[in-house]
Design a protein around this ligand. Structure first.
Ligand SMILES: NC(=O)C1=CN([C@@H]2O[C@H](COP(=O)(O)OP(=O)(O)OC[C@H]3O[C@@H](n4cnc5c(N)ncnc54)[C@H](O)[C@@H]3O)[C@@H](O)[C@H]2O)[C@@H](O)CC1
Ligand SMILES: Nc1ncnc2c1ncn2[C@@H]1O[C@H](COP(=O)(O)OP(=O)(O)O)[C@@H](O)[C@H]1O
Ligand SMILES: [K+]
Length: 457
């Protein structure tokens, strides 16, 4: 059982291709199923304690994995029962079923057990479970004290995280060979519980990965404020939003943060207030400009955005600015850009997303030739070259006004600090999520910046 941080993320087709390569190289489907089943059994042995285990087996290879696991758990001396609604349909699953050899209870009337293992459907699921199977699964998961899904909770679309019907949430999901998008994308992700990978000895390369903790640099002995990175925040109509972004940039490690626009009281004294005169953006030391938080959407806002776009500075474009630009306008710029839309801003800029959130973020990054941070409970970061990272579920307390402004500032600090845009976006998202985790319950956006500072310790 391996934690998922930094692991490759594969779609169902990519996983099948990876398995096919392993099979072409001489490993049989049966051998892969043995590895999967043994890996699951070993994980269940560690998680389940001495309690009775009920394994629900479907007709495909997911069910096959379940039969292999059942046989192994029985051999290990555990009390284990198996339930199924249909006979195995694949050769490998048939062999696995014969290897179990014990009784198979009808799924609909299966007696509950303290530990339930859902091996009904995995990446081959093509439609919702039939009503009887769905009801039995819901009943048995509800009555168990520990529920474990094999590869995916049955009823979730592997590539999108969509629920094909009612899917009960399990405690643990054992992803076989690699993480799949549904382990991270909502609403599927919330049904998975804690996700761990069970290796099956298959080579799994992907351009998509789970977001991992970045290496956070502390200042070098010879650092000065400008080597640590200068961030300029364009102040808009709602001053609070730009202040949040600026404060976050400071606590995320930027050496110099300037707020460009009319000064207002409040905010830290270390924040440099500058008038937005003709020369304000000419400073070659600026490593990143934040434009959009609290900008407004009127002509004045449009003019401010135009000034930012006209510079050769790297930009973090957030909030209202995402309503005022078009993808071709962005694609025409050559300096790096990071866009940080939530779902509403994403739709305004790129139209309604099609396919999975991962597909949508990638298409948007290509169209705008910018790094796109598609925010939400399942944040996806995509680069124009197809690389992507998916954040695992973070603190839902982030769903409060102003946290997006904080994120924009944190990303700008990472960008000004010298990271490449895709890495800067990932580091900012991670720092933001970790700050929220440390902040605990019911924090407000203002609290996050100080928690970011603590992470560098
Ligand atoms: N392909 C491989 O080499 C390996 C696959 N493994 C396992 O195999 C799984 C994928 O196996 P499969 O492709 O057989 O897929 P599944 O086991 O997910 O199920 C597919 C079967 O169920 C049927 N089906 C799909 N949706 C249904 C529904 N709603 N109601 C009733 N029947 C439905 C399909 O027609 C097919 O017969 C993975 O998730 C993983 O658990 C592992 O054994 C490791 C090796
Ligand atoms: N339920 C949630 N779980 C985890 N993170 C969330 C959740 N809801 C929102 N977030 C995060 O909080 C931030 C909200 O940003 P945004 O919607 O732009 O807010 P605002 O415009 O008020 O600053 C984003 O980073 C988003 O990913
Ligand atoms: K399953």
């Amino acid at each position: 059982m391996i934690p998922i941080s930094g692991m490759p993320v594969l779609t169902a087709a990519q996983m099948r291709a990876a398995e096919d390569s392993a099979i072409a190289a001489g490993t049989s489907v049966g051998a892969l199923m043995q590895r999967a089943g043994h890996g699951i059994a070993d994980a269940v042995l560690r998680l389940a304690g001495p309690h009775e285990i009920l394994i629900l087996c479907g007709p495909g290879n997911n069910g096959g994995d379940g039969y292999v696991a059942a046989a192994r758990l029985l051999a290990a001396g555990r009390k284990v029962r198996v339930a199924a609604a249909a006979d195995p349909r694949s050769d490998a699953a048939r062999v696995a079923r014969n290897g179990w050899g014990g009784a198979v209870e009808p799924l609909a009337t299966a007696r509950a057990a303290p530990v339930v293992v859902d091996a009904l459907f995995g990446t081959g699921l093509s439609r919702a479970l039939d009503a009887g199977a769905a009801a039995a699964l819901a009943r048995l998961v509800a009555q168990a004290t520990l529920s474990i899904a094999v590869d995916l909770p049955s009823g979730i679309a592997t590539d999108t995280g969509a629920l094909l019907g009612d899917v009960p949430a399990v405690d643990v999901t054992l992803a076989l060979g690699a993480v799949k998008p549904a382990h991270l994308l909502q609403p599927g992700a919330t049904r998975c519980g804690a996700v761990r990978v069970v290796p099956i000895g298959v080579e799994t390369a992907s351009a998509a990965h789970v977001l991992a903790a970045p290496a956070l640099a502390t200042p070098a002995p010879d650092s000065h404020k400008f080597t640590r990175g200068m961030v300029a925040v364009m102040k808009g109509r709602m001053a609070g939003a730009s202040h949040l972004a600026a404060t976050a940039a400071m606590h995320a490690g930027a050496g110099y943060v300037a707020l460009l626009g009319p000064t207002i009281p409040g905010a830290p004294h270390a924040l440099v207030r500058r008038r937005l005169d003709d020369a304000a953006l000419d400073d070659a030391r600026i490593g990143a400009v934040v434009v959009g938080p609290g900008l407004g959407r009127d002509d004045e806002a449009r003019a401010l955005l135009g000034r930012a776009l006209a510079t050769a500075h790297p930009l973090v474009i957030d909030g209202d600015a995402l309503h005022l630009v078009t993808p071709p306008q962005l694609a025409a710029r050559t300096a790096p850009m990071i866009l940080t839309p939530h779902a509403g801003e994403f739709a305004a800029l790129f139209g309604a997303p099609s396919g999975s959130k991962l597909d949508a973020a990638r298409a948007a990054a290509q169209a705008s030739v910018a790094v796109v941070v598609f925010k939400g409970a399942d944040t996806v970061i995509a680069a124009p070259d197809g690389r992507a990272t998916l954040a695992s579920a973070g603190s839902a307390w982030l769903s409060t006004a102003g946290t997006g402004d904080v994120l924009a500032g944190a990303i700008a600090a990472m960008l000004a600090g010298g990271r490449a845009p895709f890495d800067a976006a990932g580091a900012g998202v991670w720092l933001h999520a970790e700050a929220a985790r440390r902040a605990g319950p019911a924090f407000i956006a203002d609290d996050l910046a100080a928690h970011m500072a603590g992470i560098f310790a």
